[in-house]
Design a protein around this ligand. Structure first.
Ligand SMILES: C[S@@+](CC[C@H](N)C(=O)[O-])C[C@H]1O[C@@H](n2cnc3c(N)ncnc32)[C@H](O)[C@@H]1O
Length: 214
């Protein structure tokens, strides 16, 4: 198990600040409601819970997919994560440009997270401690979800991932995807109320398991 990140509480570092990115968030939501998933950026209550579940060892990166207005990334940097250890991926060019200003020093990758292994800068894949996904996977069909899951597994083999969602039950059909699901946090102080899920690969069945003895 990796060391938990020793980050300062964003309750102390970000208290009382309004999410500065909501106008751009709303504009992108009007253009692509399904891609955005929510009508407003994530709340401090949600990102505080996310931060508690971040793990990264020395020299490892934190990877955020669908970073939006960078609410979670800002909290990570405010809590002490070195900016060069934060890699965020965002498909919307206007939001990627916004993220470059909002997260100085972080690695902002503009592109489609389904193509992660080809998008990430050299030296990042395979050295990722935590993947946090904000893309609304629940709105996608099974095959599309698989594409995101395969991309995350290729970038961070064996590390699983965190996914926040507004569903009370698992937003992914975990067993069908070969995953174990665990809801690790929930907050009503987000709009809509949000859950944080952790997914890990189920072990592959041992070769020959289930075969009849001859
Ligand atoms: C629910 S919003 C993230 C909210 C973010 N936590 C915030 O507070 O601003 C989902 C984000 O995922 C991005 N997104 C959707 N599909 C994507 C994809 N295939 N690759 C990368 N980003 C994607 C959207 O553009 C949007 O910014």
């Amino acid at each position: 198990m990796n060391n938990p990140l020793q980050l300062a509480s964003p309750a102390r570092t970000d208290r009382g600040r309004a999410a500065p990115g909501w106008p751009i968030f709303l504009r992108r939501w009007l253009a692509h409601p399904l891609r955005m998933g929510s009508i407003v950026p994530s709340s401090p209550a949600l990102f505080r819970r996310v931060l508690r579940h971040m793990r990264a060892g020395p020299g490892e990166f934190v990877l955020e997919l669908g970073a939006g207005t960078g609410v979670i990334g800002r909290a990570l940097l405010a809590g002490g994560l070195a900016p060069e250890r934060l890699v965020v991926v965002e498909i919307e060019p206007a939001m990627a440009a916004y993220l470059r200003r909002a997260l100085p020093g972080a690695v902002v990758v503009e592109g489609d997270a389904r193509r992660l292994p080809t998008l990430l800068p050299a030296g990042v894949a395979g050295r990722i401690g935590t993947v946090i996904c904000g893309i609304p996977l629940v709105l996608l069909g099974f095959a599309e979800q698989e594409r995101f899951l395969a991309a995350m597994e290729a970038a961070a083999p064996g590390r699983g991932f965190l996914l926040y969602s507004y569903c009370a039950t698992s937003p992914l059909p975990a067993r069908r995807h070969g995953l174990k699901a665990r809801r690790v946090a929930w907050t009503a102080r987000n709009f809509p109320p949000a859950s944080l899920w952790r997914y890990d690969r189920l072990p592959e069945p041992a070769a020959g398991a289930g075969r009849r003895r001859g």
